[in-house]
Design a protein around this ligand. Structure first.
Ligand code: ATP
Ligand code: MG
Length: 442
């Protein structure tokens, strides 16, 4: 089993140490799944029959991460390993956390509390013992997400599991086994009670998948999307001008999200939500102002889903600006105003969004104009043209002195007016010239 895999020395050390004390210890959960699928594990979780206090005593650096739930973090050469005592979960009262946990002497019992068969395998790399009571390896081979035990009961205990099912389907490119899938819609009232922060985390993980559309479509078909992102459901069946668009707004949004770079959460979110206001703005085949109202609506949606203000602002800014209509005839001043409006730091993201948007129209519309716009932008940026008031060669003090006025709105208005002149003609950003201009603007 797992020939040729290099296991982290820290994990091997923990397992050997515990086994020397007569205990059992296995790699478990996500890491075993990922090894079987030839993916590199994000973290190496271990499970043992030793009590948390015992684990704590055996190793030098141990953090009591979740000691009440049996989890401690053992640091070996500063690399963290989560070691959890075999557990049995009892009664879920809030649909999320077990009301109590009891420790168990049985690995099998511990595996039975885990959510999916592919997450319920354990492996001891020292003795090469592989424990797969629920045929997780077969399901991994078949690309199936299958609940351990009765799916309705399991999703009824913990409503987060149905979202995890959709997330794993997207990330691994798997399908959800039929009965497991059917259980999602039967347990929606439980999932509805899950803390939004947990939902947020699952969405973020789903958005890192090669194709988030797999997970989102499963969420739609099971009723989960209706709970957490009903705005996207409103996009279903909203037709668009066929010469530009092959898909309705719902599918266009999902495919845009797939086409956006997987590692860029902000662009992925912007791609998913950029047309979210189209249903409300639709008049025949036009969607007037959907960029502005879409920015506002997405900010609302993302706030509800507990995204940070920074993410919300950046996504809204991209959506607000996603309809820019570049033509070679744009003057340099127009390019400078475009850079200022979008913000230099957001331009790469806006271009990524536009590429994803164009690709997801499904009509082979080229985007080579972006190369031209980009090179014009690069030129302006390297020439360090003034784009903001702070880039002007004069400041508020100069304005107040030249005009003999006290601080007030007039100072800002004057600076804005100077900037407009400089955007039109960068040569005007010269201290002597601007000081003269201040007097003329009086
Ligand atoms: P990833 O780390 O990629 O998100 P993972 O499977 O490792 O995937 P974790 O949340 O790290 O997920 O959980 C580790 C293991 O704990 C899982 O593999 C699974 O066995 C178990 N587990 C996690 N969450 C649940 C849950 N809600 N219900 C039952 N078992 C769970
Ligand atoms: Mg994990």
């Amino acid at each position: 089993m797992f020939d040729g895999i290099k296991f982290p020395p820290g994990a091997l050390f923990i397992i050997t140490t515990l086994k020397d004390k007569g205990k059992r210890c296995y790699l478990v959960g996500g890491c075993v799944r990922d090894l079987l699928l030839n993916r590199s594990p994000g973290e190496w979780d271990l499970t043992t029959d030793a009590a948390p206090q015992e684990v704590t005593r055996l190793f030098e650096k141990v953090i009591p991460t979740g000691i009440d739930f049996g989890t401690v973090t053992v640091l070996i050469k500063d690399i963290p390993f989560e070691v959890t005592t075999f557990r049995r979960d009892e009664r879920y009262s809030d649909g999320r956390h077990p009301a109590s946990v009891t420790f168990s002497k049985s690995l099998e019992e511990d595996l039975s509390r885990r959510d999916f068969t592919i997450n319920a395998m354990a492996y001891d790399p020292v003795s090469n013992e592989f424990v797969d009571k629920y045929s997780g390896a077969a399901d991994a081979g078949a690309g199936l997400i299958r609940a351990v035990g009765d799916p309705v009961a399991r999703f009824g205990e913990d409503g987060l599991r149905s979202l995890r099912a959709c997330r794993f389907a997207a990330v691994l490119g798997f399908t959800i086994e039929e009965n497991t899938f059917a259980a999602i819609s039967k347990t929606l009232p439980v999932t509805k009670k899950v803390a939004v922060e947990r939902v947020h985390d699952e969405l973020v993980k789903m958005l890192k998948a090669k194709k988030p559309s797999i997970g989102l479509e499963l969420m739609k078909n099971s009723g989960l999307l209706d709970l957490f992102l009903p705005e996207l459901i409103n996009c279903l069946g909203i037709e668009q001008p066929p010469e530009y668009h092959k898909f309705d707004v719902y599918w266009h949004s999902l495919f845009s999200c797939d086409a956006a770079p997987a590692g860029n959460l902000v662009v992925r979110l912007a791609a998913l939500l950029h047309d979210i206001s189209k249903p409300a703005c639709k008049v025949e085949f036009t969607f007037y102002n959907h960029d502005q109202t879409g920015a506002e609506l997405s900010a609302e949606v993302l706030k509800r889903l507990k995204f940070s203000n920074d993410v919300i602002e950046r996504v809204a800014n991209l959506i607000r600006n996603h309809m820019f209509d570049y033509r070679p005839a744009w003057s340099d001043a127009a390019v400078r105003r475009f850079i200022r409006r979008v913000g230099i730091e957001n331009l790469d993201d806006l271009f990524s969004l536009r590429k994803a948007d164009t690709e997801a129209m499904g009509r082979n519309i080229g985007d080579s104009y972006l190369v031209e716009l980009k090179s014009r932008i690069d030129k302006i940026v390297t020439e360090e043209h003034a784009l903001h008031v702070k880039d002007l060669k004069v400041d508020g003090n100069d304005v107040m002195r030249e005009l003999s006025i006290p601080p007030g709105p007039k100072v800002g208005e004057t600076l804005d007016a100077l900037l407009e002149k400089v955007l039109d003609d960068p040569a005007q950003n010269d201290r002597e010239v601007l000081l003269k201009l201040i007097l003329e603007l009086r």
